[in-house]
Design a protein around this ligand. Structure first.
Ligand SMILES: [Zn+2]
Length: 759
């Protein structure tokens, strides 16, 4: 054994010694393509922080509370069981059922034109206001945005070419719709911190940063390499409008406009070294730059694109049977062309679940999941949606918007003037409640009760009560479960089976009773209709001679399940973010997600839409998304292999999140060969998210002489444009005499020896 290790150490440039055998589903061979070399050095702000071994995890050894067990048993009697299956499938499954070659949907490379989608909101705003034309230039998106995803497609083809056995051996589904759609939002990286005056150490505490997208892509690539034909990765080129009705329905008339204007104004403010967000906001968590507009529009467009992928084509069952088949193959093709996807994961930032209707909070500017649900209602008539939130933090904003949907006033909600529908048509009663409106949304969350927004300093009675609310009445369907400490995975899964599964059970209860209620309403409608029909024949015999109005049917029951997929509860989250030692093993994301897919098969024809929320260290994001996607597919079995969540895998993946990553020249173990391929694929997905760790947004209209790295050059050459890459304007520890924004950090308190300053 030691001789093998010695040999490995000798032959490898920097490969770590292998403690554990790593199992991939497929044998993966190194691809031949060279990768980019960077001239620009990455200066060391480290967001790949590993768990701090000095932190003491005080774990609860107590056995699960009996009353809670009984409660769970009672609930599970009426609803399907979600048992924890601790048996992982360790062996590859080669269930190849290959039928028709997928139709070539992507345009050919030569046909792709280099163009960035313009801002719909800006055009709208221009037409109504006097806006300085300079903003057109200020808002020009990064030239690195690879809308057509051409670089990824090239890298993926290269990966398959180097591994011809994958084509033969990988399992795949009969229909394209069964593949999980992963939609990247290339404009998301435009939202970046822009206060040039801060110190390097302050910058290192900005956790919600564009580089999170690179770590996310590496997580996506990890799943893609394991099951290349289970997933389809696409970019959303669409830019939605911040003034769209589904955004204003959630956030009111005024707030989207205010956010838009603050983004525009941030141009002058940042250039003048002034704080760009209002003083009364959480200025430590929330930052803006003018191109945040691009990111927001990209996020809204991506959400719309994702919902469209679930519903925009009529379902196969609803379609007329095709005319006498010319051939069964053509029929199959026809079906594939018309099919929607069932499982969608959207890679977006900034996250959304803390955002209230009229207050941004905890990095979140708009509530992405609620906007998505509203769009699904407006465009496709989705009547009910269960949000399952597994972020470390309580999604106070998502929950507050559910109170508003139920007819109550939100904590930071819209006032009457803010509503886009006339409040007179549905006025409040003497207790401040009005009728609940469609869509009906249930919120079911698993989180740490000690973390934000119930962190010390924010832990008001109200916040603690909100994060612990459990109610399934008064038009409210809200259930909050708190994460527990654990020592072993077995202990964790005991919590899962007895406590955490409750959020799935409650979501199930919500959708069950919604269906029951719909059936009752529909029966009532049929009764009224038959009465009405009789009345038409003999009007004088009914209703005392008074005219009867024709009854209207209830909207067709159309439920959906959404996941607020945050990965900051991961065992690999930065201890500065996750300070209470309460976390989940990486396997949790696969297990939980697979249970959600099972729930969806019962209620929503298998439809699940998952939104990226939190997750701040490269390790938590890459491994968490890897695990989440292994659960978010249509395979019947849980495909997660326990070696995939090992610290060793995480250590390999986070190497690829550094701007100046270099692949192993001669990888000679399964894990390093695999990591090389994963990282190449992940980095090719969003070239604009491969940024130095000290990247700060700055507007540089005339910079011409900054060196262009190889990848940028390739992209620009292929697009026939000439440009520059901006470097960080940040000075190495300038004197920060401003001390502005040193208050109000909701996520982070700096705790350092000999430094008692907290902000
Ligand atoms: Zn979070």
């Amino acid at each position: 054994m030691s001789s093998l290790r010695d040999t490995l150490a000798r032959h490898n440039d920097s490969e770590d010694s292998l403690i554990e055998q790593f199992e991939t589903t497929l044998t993966i061979r190194p691809s031949t393509a060279e990768y980019e070399e960077d001239e620009i050095n990455d200066i060391s702000i480290d967001h790949t922080v590993l768990r701090d071994s000095t932190i003491n995890y005080t774990r609860d050894h107590s056995i699960v509370d009996i009353s809670e067990l009984e409660e769970n048993e009672r609930i599970s009697e009426q609803i399907p069981k979600f048992k924890t299956n601790r048996r992982y499938s360790l062996l590859p499954r080669y269930s190849v059922i290959k039928t028709v070659e997928e139709e070539q949907e992507e345009p050919k490379q030569e046909e792709i034109e280099f163009k960035k989608t313009p801002s719909p909101s800006l055009e709208d705003y221009y037409s109504r206001q006097k806006v300085d034309p300079k903003y057109k230039d200020v808002l020009r998106p990064s030239l690195l945005i690879d809308e057509s995803l051409s670089k990824y497609q090239k890298t993926f083809t290269d990966f398959l070419d180097s591994n011809p056995h994958i084509e033969k051996e990988s399992p795949r589904f009969k229909n394209d719709q069964d593949r999980t759609l992963i939609i990247l939002s290339p404009y998301s990286s435009e939202h970046a911190f822009g206060r040039k005056w801060v110190t390097k150490s302050y910058l290192s505490t900005i956790f919600e940063r564009p580089q999170r997208l690179l770590a996310s892509c590496i997580g996506v690539a990890s799943a893609v390499t394991m099951f290349p034909f289970y997933y389809k990765v696409i970019n959303s080129e669409k830019r939605g409008s911040i003034f769209a009705s589904h955004v204003r329905k959630i956030h009111g008339r005024n707030w989207p406009k205010k956010l838009f204007e603050l983004c525009l104004e941030s141009h002058e403010k940042l250039q003048a070294d002034q704080l760009e967000v209002p003083d009364d906001w959480n200025t430590g968590d929330i930052y803006l730059n003018p191109r945040t507009i691009n990111a927001i529009e990209g996020v809204i467009g991506t959400i719309e694109h994702a919902v469209d992928s679930l519903f925009h084509k009529p379902s196969i069952r609803q379609q007329q049977p095709p005319p006498p088949p010319p051939s069964s193959q053509q029929q199959q093709k026809q079906k594939q062309k018309q099919a929607n996807h069932n499982l969608v994961f959207v890679v977006i930032r900034p996250p959304g679940h803390h955002s209230h209707a009229c207050l941004p909070s905890g990095f979140c500017l708009l509530n992405n999941v609620q906007i998505g649900i509203e769009y699904a209602f407006e465009k496709y008539g989705v009547t009910h949606c269960a949000i399952l939130d597994i972020d470390l933090h309580h999604g106070d904003g998502s929950q507050d918007i559910c109170w508003e949907r139920a007819g109550f006033t939100g904590d930071y909600g819209k006032d009457e003037n803010d509503e886009i529908t006339d409040p007179k048509s549905n006025p409040r009663d003497e207790y401040g409640k009005r009728f609940a409106t469609y869509p009906k949304v249930g919120y079911f969350s698993l989180h740490d009760i000690k973390s934000y927004p119930t962190e010390l300093g924010y832990a008001t009675k109200e916040n603690i009560k909100n994060a612990s609310t459990c109610i399934m009445d008064h038009d409210l369907n809200i259930w909050n479960v708190h994460l527990q400490e654990w020592n072993t995975e077995d202990e964790f899964y005991k919590h899962y089976q007895t406590k955490y599964v409750t959020i799935l059970n409650r979501a199930n209860q919500f959708l069950n009773s919604a269906k029951k209620q719909y059936d009752e309403e529909y029966q009532k409608y049929l009764d009224q209709l038959s009465k009405y029909n009789k009345y038409l024949f003999k009007p004088h015999l009914y209703n005392g001679g008074q005219p009867l109005t024709k009854p209207t049917p209830p909207p067709p029951f159309k439920p959906l399940i959404a996941i607020s997929a945050g990965f900051d509860a991961s065992e690999y989250e930065n201890p500065q973010m996750q300070r209470h030692g309460i976390n989940v093993p990486t396997s949790f994301y696969a297990k939980f997600t697979q249970d959600v897919v099972k729930l969806a098969k019962i209620h929503t024809n298998g439809k699940v839409i998952s939104f990226l929320e939190g997750g701040y260290s490269d390790g938590a994001l890459s491994t968490g998304i890897f695990s989440h996607l292994i659960g978010l597919n249509n395979d019947e079995e849980l495909l997660w292999n326990h070696t995939w969540g090992s610290e060793q895998v995480m250590r390999e993946l986070i190497k690829g999140c550094k701007k100046n990553w270099k692949p192993y020249k001669k990888p000679n173990s399964d894990i390093t060969i695999w990591a090389n391929e994963v990282i190449k694929l992940g980095r090719s997905m969003m070239p604009n998210a491969v940024l130095p760790s000290n990247f700060v947004y700055s507007y540089q209209p005339e910079a011409k002489d900054i060196p262009v790295n190889k990848m940028v050059k390739e992209l620009l050459d292929s697009n026939g444009k000439d440009s520059v890459i901006s470097t960080s304007p940040l000075k190495v520890d300038p004197v920060d005499d401003r001390k502005v924004m040193r208050h109000t950090r909701s996520y982070y308190k700096k705790i350092r020896e000999g430094d008692d300053e907290e902000y």
